[in-house]
Design a protein around this ligand. Structure first.
Ligand SMILES: NC(=O)c1ccc[n+]([C@@H]2O[C@H](COP(=O)([O-])OP(=O)(O)OC[C@H]3O[C@@H](n4cnc5c(N)ncnc54)[C@H](O)[C@@H]3O)[C@@H](O)[C@H]2O)c1
Ligand SMILES: [Zn+2]
Length: 363
């Protein structure tokens, strides 16, 4: 088992994170559940195995559970209402603990409910998707979608703990694993070249659970370093958006046109496009760009779009990015493999070149 703590300047208490196998059974010994006045669990229907394992391990008194469908569908005001209502019905107070078991959509929703209930009650995440394990459960960002805009309503509240059990991933479809793996590759690209080399050395599906514990833990360390330096994304936390500027545009277009493309696939393609901009603007060499693209491909993620996406429409979607300042798109670009800079402007011609280069069948 591996463990670390996360300490942000704003709060006195640090969050504790554990990663390993069979950890759900160990929750009662890792987390002092008896110290809380009550414990309420909100579980993702997709994570029913993890949830049953948790209930088998918890003391009888902690048997309150709300099960919600996972994914984006419930991550809205209605879902939020259901969670708040459950908290009230369970009589939660300021000394209660809320436990989430599920993917990132569920932990964002329930995290926001917990952050706002009685101005914030303690939260423990048990993430059950790879993306939630290396990304969504770490760093305290919570939120729900509103009026079709993703994460429009949100709060930052650090969880008291995060228990990452790699065994929970056993039931996860490969395309869901892919989403988390794109973030893992991103962590190497922005901060740790040997880690990128390691994680891009073979297909993401070829890692054993024991190896995944080490990989996931390294990603958690990288995310921790960024969050501790900048909890509210005024500066270095923006580097986590590498690949996401083009990635979100591509994901948005695919969603609007019913083209199946996961977040991880979109981010993988986005990282190729943004690495190309990094090369063409003189920050990295052509050799480094080719190494990035080859590595992403070797890991089993796409390096170009599945069908042609119109460049002009992608360009318009980029202009709507939440990270923009006014109409200016702000980019995260590589300075080398393992280092990057943020808040950069890019000439229009280079953006068009990158959006063209990621098209289907482009060499
Ligand atoms: N808070 C943050 O910092 C942060 C960071 C990144 C992403 N996010 C958010 O995370 C969400 C995406 O999270 P995600 O990729 O985990 O997807 P998800 O939460 O939408 O889950 C994907 C699907 O997997 C199912 N599932 C969950 N665990 C499973 C398991 N063990 N076996 C089988 N199926 C399982 C869910 O029911 C769902 O249908 C987005 O809403 C995104 O905005 C938040
Ligand atoms: Zn992402």
């Amino acid at each position: 088992m591996r463990s670390l703590s996360i300490q942000v300047p704003r709060t006195e208490r640090s969050s504790r994170l554990w990663a390993g196998r069979g950890l759900i059974e160990q929750v009662p010994s890792l987390v002092p559940v008896g110290d809380y006045s009550s414990v309420a669990v909100v579980a993702d229907a997709g994570a029913h195995e993890a949830c049953s394992r948790l209930f088998a391990a918890l003391p009888q008194t902690c048997s309150r559970c709300l099960v919600l469908d996972g994914g984006e569908r419930n991550k809205d005001i209605n879902g939020l209402g259901r969670v708040w209502q459950f908290f009230v019905e369970q009589g939660l107070d300021r000394r209660s603990l809320v436990v989430t078991v599920g993917g990132g959509a569920l932990s964002d929703l329930v995290g926001f409910a917990a952050a706002t209930f009685m101005r914030g009650i303690a939260l423990l995440h048990i993430p059950t998707t790879l993306l939630a394990q290396v990304d969504a459960s770490i760093g305290g960002k919570t939120g729900v979608n509103f009026m079709g805009i993703k994460n429009l309503l949100g709060a930052v509240m650090q969880p008291a703990g995060v228990v990452i059990d790699i065994d929970a991933l056993a039931s996860l479809p490969p395309r869901e694993l892919c989403s988390g793996f794109a973030e893992i590759l991103k962590h190497g690209l922005i901060q740790d070249a040997p880690y990128f080399e390691l994680t891009s050395s073979r297909p993401f599906s070829a890692w054993s659970p024991e190896e995944l514990v080490e990989v996931v833990f390294r990603s958690c360390e990288i995310k921790r370093s960024v969050v501790e330096a900048d909890e509210t994304e005024q500066g270095p936390r923006k580097t986590l958006n590498f690949g996401h500027t083009i990635g979100h545009a591509v994901e948005g277009y695919a969603l609007e046109h019913g083209i199946p493309l996961t977040h991880g696939e979109a981010v993988a393609i986005g990282m190729v496009g943004e690495a190309l901009i990094s090369w063409r603007s003189g920050r990295i060499s052509e050799g480094e760009f080719l190494a990035v693209r080859a590595g992403i491909g070797r890991a089993g993620l796409p390096v170009s779009l599945p069908t042609p996406f119109p460049v002009a429409e992608l360009r318009q979607l980029l202009a709507r990015d939440k990270k923009n300042i006014g109409s200016q798109v702000r980019w995260v670009l590589l300075d080398r493999i393992g280092a990057c800079s943020f808040d950069l402007s890019v000439p229009e011609a280079l953006v068009v070149e990158a959006l063209t280069a990621i098209q289907a069948n482009c060499p």
